[in-house]
Design a protein around this ligand. Sequence first.
Ligand SMILES: [Zn+2]
Length: 491
Amino acid sequence: MTSYPNYLHETIENLWRNPFAIHEVDPALKKDPYLWISFIRDLPIGLSGLREVPKQILKNQIFFLETKKTILSHSDFIFSNLPEVFKNDKDIVLDNINKKAKKDENYVMAFFEEEIPEKFKQDYDVILLMMSKITKNTPVLTSFLKEANNPLLRNPNFILDCLKVNERFINFFIHRIEASFKSDKKFMLDAIEINHKAIEYASAELKEDRDFLIKAIQKNPQLKYERYFPRDIKTDPEVENYGDKITIIKVPSLPLYLNFQAEINKEEIIQFKETILEVAKRIKASKLPNFSKALAGELYVGDKPFFKKNYMVNVSSGASASYDLLDRCIYFYTDHDQSLGDAIRDLSHEFGHRYHHTVVKNGMNNERVRDLYKEVRFSCKLPQIGDPLSDLREDWWNVKRGSESEYYLSKIEKVQGWKEDKFIYINDEGLEKTFSQQQINDLISCPSQYGSKSHEEWFAEMCNLINFNKVKPNQKTLVDRLIQILEEETI
Ligand SMILES: [Zn+2]
């Protein structure tokens, strides 16, 4: 404690022991900004001492600047407790956004909505910083700007800056900006250069303007991967040399297009073609009515970083493929470690979603499919003592054909303190497998444990069971009912 001027030494020492002694300090000394600078900066009372500072001192420029430094150096402070003069300082507001963002972006959003002075809610730097700090709250912030009719949304530089700092901003772009931007060639090209996905929001006219599209692909060759980009321009000799080369292959005799990532090698392409042909063979032979109509559209093949970068796909899922509801296309991940059999199964599962979505009447909202799922989900007939486990297990055909011997239900136990019964299966070597009632329920009603997640997953797993002839003995009636519904409910 030596940073305060000498003449304050005794007073500060005294206040160090008892900060409330500030009320007894000589009134002449209380007019000295350095006393107060020290009071806030050097004493344990810290920023809460601000409430003792007289109005006249708050207006003092030296006090303001020195205390501002103190505030900025604090790792945390309660903004709402600051005197107005500090709340109205832009550096302090920006600093607080940064500090809150380190903890949790919800704090940042609440801070913006409830605490910061109105004038900052239109400030270029404040909003841009907000935009760079939030991800999940991006729609909240953009709606706020729109509702407040914020002039920043009419400022092309601001919009382009937002695109640079927040990738998610693109998703809300279309709903929030003036329509005139979408037909502005220069603006759209600048936006596309920053993020190729901006092309989706170009006006219909621009999207058909060949000259514009070629300029756009020059600005950002990643557009070659863009789903909405016309296929004939992607493969036009004129644009072939911009950026990555991509490979598009049409599957023979099907309206199905395979789009391969540039880095993919010939072997991988050949291997994938084998996979897709096997899947197509199963689907064409399927007992499910009109399933082959789902063998259409775009399929994208690449590694996970490729999908993250180009399609903002969340690739954390455990499967090697996924279905995009919005664009009705299937993604296949080449870097997901899997056997050929697994790849075929995962890819078929995704075609199951496509079938459900595009061939079944009313898509995933089809009521008869939903009702069937609800019914089987909650009306399970529990296994009886002596029943083989293969009646329930999703890999029952392996159990029956493989070396692993069959398990039989030997007892159903009530466990003290448990709500549910325990089902204990034993094989002839005396090995036990135990299941909870919930696990048994899932095994009975669903084509796989995974299929109990939602009615969409249940449907796709049912498709796989049927297409791969793996219907469990106790599922035959259910499968017949599903097929009968689909006879009437597919287009
Ligand atoms: Zn799925």
